[in-house]
Structures are given as C-alpha cells and as structure tokens.
Design a protein around this ligand. Structure first.
Ligand code: MN
Length: 130
C-alpha cells in the first residue's frame, strides 16, 4: 500500500507556456506509469492544444469544464462527468467560458506534446446542447 496525503503536494500555477489564463495544478498521486493530477481553471483558463502518448481520463469535480477534440465541436461537462482521450488525440480542456471548473486527470503512461494555444474564437464558441 502506498498512501498519498493531501497536504504533501500544494497547488502550483500551471505552466504559462502550455496554458492560457489562470490555472493551477497539483500532483495527487503517482505510481509506476500512472500519474493523477488535480487541475483548477479560473474563468478563461484552458490548456493549449495538445496530445498525449497514452490514455488520459478526466473526471470533472467542480464547476464546468469544456473539452474539444481537433475538428469537432466542444462539449461542456459538469461535476461527475468524465471523458477519455485516446492516445494521440489532439484536444484541449479548460473552464467553460463564464465559469470556473476543476477536474482530476489520470494519465496512463503519458508523455504530453504541447501545441498551439486555443484561439479566443475557438474558446468562446458556444457548445452544443448536452
Ligand atoms: Mn489532455
């Protein structure tokens, strides 16, 4: 058994070279090839477009989180919703415009390749109905 206690890893500002706006990340736990992060996005906060070499799970824990895959419409997710990104799938995640949002991220044998920022046009575009 390996325990990961909450205070051991504080929230830190997300890397401004791969995020837009205000976001904070903390490592919740990691073992072997699995890394679990908690990510908070303030209004307007989002990742750049990126790909992961392995599978990434997101579980929305608070607020509203927008996710989008390249060439597809965005989806707005609520606390309790989850999404899985396949290896190599180009995507971004962040707060829904006008909201804040938080998710847990489970990265399984993942190396992340960071790409271009999400344009304001793409970010502000309204999402389809759920
Ligand atoms: Mn991702």
């Amino acid at each position: 058994m390996k325990l990961f206690r909450e205070p051991q890893s504080p929230f830190r500002p997300a890397d401004t070279s791969s995020f837009t706006g205000t976001a904070q990340t903390k490592l919740l736990a990691s073992d072997a090839a699995v890394h679990v992060y908690q990510v908070r996005f303030e209004e307007g906060g989002r990742t750049n477009w990126h790909t992961h070499s392995g599978v990434q799970w997101l579980v929305i824990t608070d607020g509203r989180v927008r996710v989008q895959c390249w060439g597809e419409l965005p989806h707005d997710l609520d606390a309790g919703d989850a999404v899985v990104f396949a290896p190599g799938e180009k995507h971004w995640h962040g707060a829904v415009s006008g909201s804040s949002g938080s998710h847990t991220a489970v990265n399984i044998d993942v190396t992340t390749t960071w790409l271009e920022p999400v344009s304001e046009e793409d970010y502000r575009r309204s999402s389809p109905a759920r």
